[in-house]
Ligand binder design. Structure first.
Ligand SMILES: [Zn+2]
Length: 619
């Protein structure tokens, strides 16, 4: 086969894949659109008119709702048991509708407590009590579509199963402002530059296919071109302004939107936006990082056997803060631990801006995408017990409890964590009571109060896992259940990937114990192990995708991070961007390998993590 033949073959395949993807996307968008309710402003009259008190309408500049629309929206919310409704203008332009339908699955997100709150961002109907609980009565209302998009994400967190969407034919709204596209994508938690680059690559591929592959290529290009009309006409409720024009000029508009978004400068440079943060880090680092470490120990903290050996050494590949970390392994029991370990001050330094502050939004985006895992953990109890009072230790923002509530609606969920997030989780109603502090210190106060305690990816972060297990014994009533999930240091992939195995998670993880060790420790405390899972606890994308992310981050750490000790020169920033761009195909490949790996992990009950369910003795 000649080179020209091979290339023609590849183009045909690419075109066929594009046709399939575009066709599936079109069908999906039509299905989602059909699931959007349409308000009927001419609906129930006089007698059935609900009162408008108790509701607030928040609109973007230039958006106007008449009274009939407002009444219809309140009637819809009351009928459907909603506390928030995102009102979508019927004349919303075609690209905005298509963009929204890529993110929003109205039928699924209505009941998925963890699904993000995506909306059109033009008008929000919000119940007064929710408005207050989310603290909005003390803040000025948002002044842009991006502001409303951001606000809806917050409100969905406060009303996880009472947020809805409706097309509002009576809502008048101005034309979208293309200059604000980058800002609006960021408000949705999406990276504008990466998306625009992908959009340009997609357009280039379509042009190449259309030119060199008459049948499949032309079909793909036509499908792309006509997609707005294929999705939106004739659509129930929506009548996008200028649909014919938008369809005709789609490739050109798409090209200009992508270029314009790429040319928009980033919203804020972390360093210039937060000089105080940068100054605080530089002051902390002035005395060096050695003071963050305790002396190296010469025995195993788990079994006291002498002379542990080095398992792996690495820098901070997560955030790129200065410092080097060593994990050692006990030759006798296989326990893996950070040695020398960080002092409490050191832990404070390296945790800062990870789960809260600068990294807060990213961390909560990741934690918010694990619904299936959370549900599996909650379901693990079902064959053994019906939980009534559940304490989730290391709950962070309470994401697990938010989903577990859907599985066990009559159970009381409390959360405990070192961070401020527990209070926010309590305000959102994801947990009933939040306790901020160290578990062993709070255990006396909570003694005997719970029939279930969970610790998901928590024990490995603690300084003394035995003290944590003792605390669990204390707060559990006799016969209570303890659910633990941990990374598995016996994973074979850990050996293969070395320092780039994400679950090493340095410098945060202090102890990584093999399942056998943990079972012994539980049995020594009077627990009976009821279930042990390896395959189902495997975390997808933590192995290969994680390794690519760590490696890309490690090559050129972010020079704009507030803890960066180098100047953010143009060259360093360009190098960082170049490496991130070069990593894109690696991410795609890693994603594919990870999916395969997850299938194997499930089939062989081996993976990068494990779960144990144990019951405390009745006596
Ligand atoms: Zn040991």
């Amino acid at each position: 086969m000649t080179r020209a033949h091979r290339s023609g073959h590849r183009t045909r395949w690419a075109a066929a894949v594009a046709v399939t993807a575009l066709g599936a996307g079109t069908v999906r968008a039509r299905r989602r659109l059909a699931a959007l309710p349409v308000l009927d402003p001419a609906g129930p009259h006089d007698t059935a008119r609900p009162p408008l008190t108790g509701w607030q309408l928040i609109t973007a500049p230039g958006v106007v709702a008449d009274e009939a629309t407002l009444r219809a929206a309140v009637a819809h919310a009351t009928r459907e048991g909603l506390r928030v409704v995102d009102l979508i203008p019927a004349h919303l332009d075609a690209e905005s509708v298509l963009g929204l339908l890529r993110l929003l699955d109205p039928a699924a997100h209505r009941t998925d407590r963890c699904a993000p709150g995506h909306g059109a961002g033009h008008a929000l109907l919000v119940a007064d009590d929710l408005h207050r609980r989310a603290g909005l009565d003390t803040e000025p209302p948002p002044q842009s579509v991006a502001g409303l998009i951001r606000l809806l994400r917050t409100l969905k967190e406060y009303a996880p199963d009472a947020t809805g969407w409706a097309v509002a034919p009576g809502l008048r709204s101005p034309h979208p402002d293309p200059a604000r596209r980058a800002e609006e994508l960021r408000a949705r938690g999406l990276p504008p530059a990466l998306l625009s680059a992908a959009q340009l690559a997609g357009l280039a591929l379509l042009v190449k296919c259309a030119l060199s592959e008459p049948r499949w290529g032309a079909a793909a290009a036509a499908l792309y071109w006509l997609q707005p009309a294929a999705v939106l006409s004739p659509a129930r409720g929506l009548r996008p302004a200028g649909l014919a024009r938008a369809t005709a000029s789609r490739p050109l508009r798409s090209l200009s939107a992508a270029l314009r978004t790429l040319a928009t400068p980033p919203a804020e440079q972390p360093r210039s936006a937060a000089p105080a943060r940068h100054a605080a880090y530089i002051a902390d680092l002035a005395a060096g990082t050695d003071r963050f470490f305790e002396p190296r120990r010469t025995d195993c903290p788990w079994c006291s056997a002498p002379d542990p050996v080095v398992r792996v050494r690495m820098p901070d590949l997560l955030q790129g803060k200065p410092g080097r970390f060593t994990l050692e392994e006990c030759r006798h029991c296989g326990h893996v631990f950070q040695n020398p370990r960080l002092t409490p001050d050191g832990l404070d330094f390296y945790y800062r801006d990870f789960y809260e502050g600068l990294g807060g939004e990213g961390a909560s985006l990741v934690l918010g995408r694990m619904t299936a895992t959370y549900r599996d953990r909650a379901e693990l109890l079902r064959p053994f017990t019906t939980p009534r009072a559940w304490l989730d230790v290391g709950t962070a923002g309470g994401h697990f409890c938010n989903v577990a509530r859907g599985v066990w609606p009559d159970t009381r969920f409390d959360g405990l964590d070192m961070g401020e997030g527990v209070h926010e989780a309590e305000r959102r109603g994801w947990i009933d009571t939040g306790y901020q502090g160290q578990f062993p210190e709070l255990a006396d106060r909570l003694a005997g109060r719970y029939d279930t305690v969970s610790m998901h990816h928590y024990l490995e972060h603690t300084r003394d896992p035995f003290a944590e297990l003792d605390a669990a014994v204390k707060v559990l009533a006799p016969g209570g259940h303890l659910l633990i999930e941990l990374p598995d240091p016996e994973s074979r992939i850990a050996r293969l990937l070395g320092r780039y195995w994400l679950p090493w998670f340095q410098p945060q993880h202090q102890h990584l114990m093999p399942a056998g060790n943990l079972k012994q420790a539980l049995e020594a405390r009077g627990f009976t192990v009821l279930a042990e899972q390896h395959g189902p606890a495997h975390q997808n994308n933590a192995d290969f995708l994680g390794a690519v992310a760590l490696a890309a981050n490690g090559v050129v750490p972010d020079p704009l991070a507030p803890w960066a000790t180098v100047r953010p020169t143009r060259a360093r920033r360009a190098a960082r961007s170049a490496i991130q761009a070069m990593a894109v195909p690696c991410y795609a490949a890693a994603l594919a390998v990870d999916n395969l790996r997850t299938a194997v992990a499930r089939a062989t009950d081996g993976g990068n993590a494990y779960r144990l369910l144990a019951r405390k003795e009745l006596g």
